[in-house]
Design a protein around this ligand. Structure first.
Ligand SMILES: C[S@@+](CC[C@H](N)C(=O)[O-])C[C@H]1O[C@@H](n2cnc3c(N)ncnc32)[C@H](O)[C@@H]1O
Length: 241
């Protein structure tokens, strides 16, 4: 049973996503980096906990323990303890475009290797990782499809890509309050996405695809096996303005 969504609790995180989306500079000021972690922790605990927990449980059920895990768009490394717990990996690599954010990740001593780079063009060979995790990143990108394709490139055959994102009503603008009516309009679009995409067996040329929705479609989680074609229903609905 999902917890009741308090709409006002979603706003700081949606605004953070907008800031990241608008950021033309590769790096973010240190002040944004500090606010960043506390806003994300609140979002994770108050709004997205069920979705995140389930994503990790579902992903871990599909791959053997002890592999190599990539956290694409790792931010300050908040996902690393969960990655360690669920996948008991041989190694964890985090990649992010922001040095300020990565400095925080390294200070936290999560014991992962963090490197700077663009998740749409990563400095890793094809089929390097058994698991790729990407949480709350693709919805901030101009081209989410390119990011998912790149994550699939570095994923081994038989591995799993686990990602999640926020879907937004088309009209949502940064700084606005999210209205219940707007959320209801999302429900239809993301329900279609779920119906189209919920294939537990091979579909198209994908080894596996499965999506779940939370909070009337505000959040989608996706598990994707190695494949070549990224379809629209695998990507966020709506956009951040
Ligand atoms: C909302 S945060 C999420 C961070 C982390 N995945 C988490 O769940 O806490 C989005 C992160 O994606 C990073 N990011 C955005 N675009 C990126 C890109 N093209 N390549 C690498 N990192 C990117 C940002 O710097 C930021 O750290």
């Amino acid at each position: 049973m999902q917890n009741e969504l308090n709409l006002s609790e979603t706003i700081p995180f949606l605004n953070l996503l907008s800031v990241l989306r608008e950021q033309k500079e590769i790096d973010m000021p240190d002040m944004v980096a500090s606010a960043f972690q506390s806003i994300t922790v609140q979002w994770d605990n108050r709004v997205a906990k069920e979705a995140l927990d389930q994503l990790f449980v579902d992903a871990a059920a599909r791959v053997p323990k002890g592999g190599r895990v990539l956290d694409a768009g790792s931010g300050t490394g908040l996902r690393i303890p969960q990655i360690r717990e669920h996948f008991q990996p041989e190694s964890i690599t985090g990649i992010d475009r922001s040095s300020a954010i990565l400095n925080r990740a390294r200070e936290s001593r999560y014991g992962a290797f963090f490197t700077k780079g663009d998740i749409c063009e990563m400095p890793f060979d094809d089929e390097t990782f058994d698991v790729v995790v990407c949480t709350w990143v693709v919805e901030t990108l101009e081209n989410p499809k390119a990011a998912i394709e790149e994550c699939l490139r570095v994923l081994k055959s038989g591995g799993i890509l686990a990602y999640c994102y926020v879907n937004l009503p088309h009209e949502f603008k940064a700084g606005e309050t999210l209205a219940a009516s707007a959320l209801t309009s999302l429900e239809k679009a993301t329900r279609e996405q779920e119906l189209l995409g919920n294939r537990k067996v091979a579909y198209s040329d994908s080894e596996f695809f499965h999506t779940k929705r939370y909070h009337q479609g505000l959040i989608s989680t996706v598990l994707l096996g190695k494949c070549c074609e990224v379809e629209p229903y695998m990507l966020p609905v709506g956009r951040l303005l």
